[in-house]
Design a protein around this ligand. Structure first.
Ligand code: ADP
Length: 489
């Protein structure tokens, strides 16, 4: 098996910097790919938190004045990851998160911040650093999508490119006036270039110029080619359909494993499921909920945004909680939702517990202690929380869309009889369907034997990265073979 060298580029990576699933994927895929003969190095921005976590970093290349300030490339290893870090303090060392300040507003120079990342990736891919020449440049999401455009408008050599859509809703669309600052030629502003509805579209450019496009589930791959879910990019995606593939995400079992997870109150596996009760008690306590092992505990770990459908939960709350049904919610995002849930907790003491913020430890405890994990998304490219739920014996209750549809087997009559159900799915995403499905889950919860079977099915589902990593490796090798074939462009 020929070894493949991949340069990945991502704007976040677990465990160094994370706002969502993208970080978990970027952090887990390299180790899984190693088993498939693929070596990965990942380029990330030098946010303050990243620089602080690195400890030992080697300076590899001085980029001089780069997108408005001094910059250099560092090489480092952290958490079993081989990293390149774009150290450019004027772009990345900020008060606040990777994309927005502490007031929640996007940084005004995000176009430049991420164009710089993409430019650095394309330069490394073309041989900027001595002794490093990757076969593949694999870029993730809009923040890195311009890398393929930089390659397209520069000379040889041009490595093969793969672009992964983790969420089509985040498109990186900026006014035309930024074009000169990006260092792309004027003629790139064209329908078959970086132009997108009169502005510059980073994600669009990635879709236009990458050799292969992947997204994180087969159903989402199909959905984004429709006008309803294509967010203005369905036409381009349809035109490139033969290069688009859906590959499900996996779970990093070094981090998400109830048998070894140091973040939870009691560790367990399918043979010691009874120990899970300790985590439920701990969760109830941490969220100020009435301590009761028999209550039906609904858990949510989520960004609070329209996509995630949690406004439906807020609306349905009076019908859902009380009468031995509790809610524990961990999330942050849209202010009206944050306020709505905080208010709901105040009104329902002991029954609704809410923590606003981002907390990795509590996210793990939630998976280990809740009876169900609720994911009522309006759209969901893959979704990781429901995969963690399977792994931890919490039954996922999910909308039947995108990756949720592809990963959860609904506990309908036949699936129960066949002994294959792993959770509950509903469609369409409406309050009525949602409430009915929660009631259905609650009814099954009362049947201890059926419930244990459901938990067991989830826990033995293979949600590891083994299979997805093989698919990526095949994709890389297929792409390299196609390029090497006689007559290839
Ligand atoms: P998305 O990337 O759209 O936010 P995913 O389900 O793919 O959704 O991934 C979400 C990831 O972020 C999971 O690892 C989840 O545990 C984590 N997460 C989301 N919200 C929080 C939070 N408030 N605190 C801790 N972890 C969170």
């Amino acid at each position: 098996m020929k070894r493949v060298e991949t340069l990945a580029v991502a704007s976040e990576i677990t465990p160094l910097v994370k706002t969502g699933g993208l970080a978990d994927v970027a952090g887990a895929l390299p180790a899984a790919l190693k088993a498939e003969g693929v070596e990965t190095r990942t380029l990330i921005p030098g946010y303050a938190s990243v620089l602080a976590a690195l400890g030992h970093a080697r300076s590899l290349f001085d980029l001089g004045a780069f997108f408005g300030g001094p910059a250099r490339l560092l090489g480092a290893s952290a958490a079993e990851l081989d990293l390149f870090v774009l150290d450019a303090p004027h772009l990345y060392v900020r008060e606040g998160g990777p994309y927005a300040g502490s007031d929640g507003a996007d940084y005004p120079d995000n176009a430049l911040r991420f164009a710089a990342l993409a430019r650095a990736a394309s330069s490394i891919a073309q041989g900027l650093l001595p002794n490093y020449r990757p076969d593949i440049l694999h870029a993730h999401d809009w923040q890195t999508a311009l890398a393929a455009a930089y390659l397209r408008y520069s000379g040889e050599p041009r490595p093969a490119t793969v672009f992964t859509i983790h969420n089509l809703a985040f498109q990186g669309k900026f006014p035309k006036s930024i074009l000169p600052a990006l260092g792309l030629p004027a003629h790139s502003f064209a329908i078959d270039g970086v132009e997108f509805y009169g502005g510059v579209g980073f994600l669009k450019a990635g879709l236009q110029f990458s050799d292969r496009i992947t997204t994180v589930s087969p159903s989402y791959a199909a959905e984004i080619m429709t006008p309803e879910s294509g967010m203005g990019l369905d036409g381009l995606l349809r035109a490139r359909a033969s290069d688009v593939v859906g590959i499900l995400n996996g779970v990093d079992e070094r981090i998400w494993n109830p048998a070894s997870d140091a973040r939870i109150a009691a560790r367990y596996d399918p043979s010691s499921l009874a120990l899970r009760a300790k985590n439920k008690t701990e969760l109830q306590q941490r969220f100020g909920l009435r301590a009761d092992p028999r209550s039906f505990l609904i858990g949510v770990v989520s960004r609070l945004s329209w996509q995630k459908g949690l406004d439906l939960l807020l609306e349905a709350l009076p019908e859902v909680v009380g009468r031995n049904c509790q809610l524990a919610l961990l999330g942050a995002g849209d202010k009206p939702l944050e306020q709505g849930f905080t208010e709901a907790a105040r009104k329902n003491p002991g029954e609704v517990g809410v923590k606003i913020g981002f907390d990795e430890d509590i996210a793990h405890l939630m998976q280990a202690g809740a009876d169900v994990i609720l994911v009522p998304s309006r759209f969901e490219p893959c979704g990781l929380t429901q995969l963690y739920a399977l792994r931890y014996g919490a039954a996922p209750v999910v909308a039947r869309v995108g990756g949720l549809r592809d990963t959860i087997i609904d506990a309908n009559e036949m699936a129960l009889r066949a002994g294959v159900a792993t959770g509950f799915t509903f469609s369409p995403v409406t309050v009525d369907e949602f409430v009915a499905t929660l009631h259905r889950a609650r009814k099954l919860f009362a049947d201890k034997e059926q419930w244990r079977q459901l938990q067991g099915n989830g826990m033995k589902t293979d949600v590891s990265w083994r299979h997805p990593a093989r698919r990526y490796a095949e994709l890389y090798r297929g792409l390299l073979a196609a390029r090497a074939a006689p007559g290839a462009p």
